[in-house]
Design a protein around this ligand. Structure first.
Ligand SMILES: C[S@@+](CC[C@H](N)C(=O)[O-])C[C@H]1O[C@@H](n2cnc3c(N)ncnc32)[C@H](O)[C@@H]1O
Length: 269
């Protein structure tokens, strides 16, 4: 990794195993990965050629959703769990460009993301950003720490992009979403992307199997029906649960290529 970026200070103990945050960064064209991440990332790409398109579409979806929430929806607080390594157009940059007073809390449990978190903290002077090194398996601990920056009596956008797929048990994943959304008041939003086998993507099954045998953490695809359960009790915004490449606020961009990743936004009534 040191050839491509500043050493993070302390070498993470997982450098001999490809890890999702770094491989995702590799697929996105970043520079914060080790050789093992590149090797595994390339092998997955050889099996599942559209994976880079999935990664790029996921980030584009983040931009569309956050711009809409900070703009039209008037949301000023964002809790982005499973942040990933800093890249272009992180949540605070998108939100604070629209509304400089926006407050953003980032959460990830990857030591490499923690080492690079400073780039996520350089927000607008009028707003605030914070980074919490925490595990999504413990949503209450995340909420307790996030309360130092976010006011949970005001609407919050809870952002879970590409992370519930690392919570293997669907019931636990659903409970995590419920705990987070229960803490947020009416007018809050859930923003979510999730890989699926229902939207095509040649080689996806084999690539996920390869990932689970060679990298961390293990990944789980879900059906549209399973993803819909995460939104129970919430009002799905149009166009509903669609390929994240096609999601636009209020409509589906039919000219965009479908990628094997659902994306959706919902409002808490
Ligand atoms: C596929 S990346 C998505 C990054 C970013 N949200 C995006 O959409 O571009 C998933 C991120 O979730 C993080 N992650 C995975 N399991 C986690 C857990 N149990 N707790 C916190 N973060 C986790 C990984 O470290 C990684 O940075």
């Amino acid at each position: 990794m040191s050839e491509r970026s500043d050493p993070p200070g302390e070498t993470p103990p997982v450098a001999h195993v490809a890890h999702n945050a770094r491989v995702w960064n590799y697929w996105l064209g970043g520079k914060d990965y080790y050789d093992i991440d590149q090797q595994v990332g390339d092998h997955v790409t050889s099996m599942f050629p559209s994976i880079r398109e999935v990664a790029r579409a996921d980030r584009t979806f983040l931009g569309h959703a956050v711009r809409f929430l900070a703009g039209e929806a008037g949301v000023r607080q964002f809790l982005d769990i499973g942040t990933g390594l800093p890249t272009v157009e992180n949540t605070h940059q998108v939100a604070q460009r629209v509304a400089p007073t926006s407050r953003i809390v980032y959460v990830d449990n990857d030591p490499t993301v923690l080492a690079h978190a400073r780039a996520l903290l350089a927000g607008s002077p009028e707003g605030e950003t914070d980074y919490i090194d925490a595990d999504a398996h413990q949503p209450q601990a995340i909420l307790d720490a996030a309360a130092d920056t976010l006011d949970f009596t005001e609407p919050v956008a809870v952002i879970l992009l590409g992370i519930l797929n690392f919570i293997a048990d669907t019931r636990e994943a659903t409970e995590i979403v419920e705990t987070l959304m229960a803490a947020a008041p009416s007018g809050s939003y859930l923003v979510l992307t999730h890989p699926t086998l229902e939207l095509g993507g040649d080689g996806n099954v084999e690539a996920m199997r390869f990932w689970n045998e060679n990298a961390a953490p293990p990944i789980t695809a879900r059906t549209g029906a399973e993803v819909a359960r995460f939104f129970q009790g919430l009002e799905l915004l149009e166009p509903g649960i669609v390929s994240c490449a096609r999601w636009r606020p209020g409509y589906e961009a039919e000219d965009e290529k479908t990628v094997a990743q659902f994306g959706a936004v919902a409002r808490k009534p």
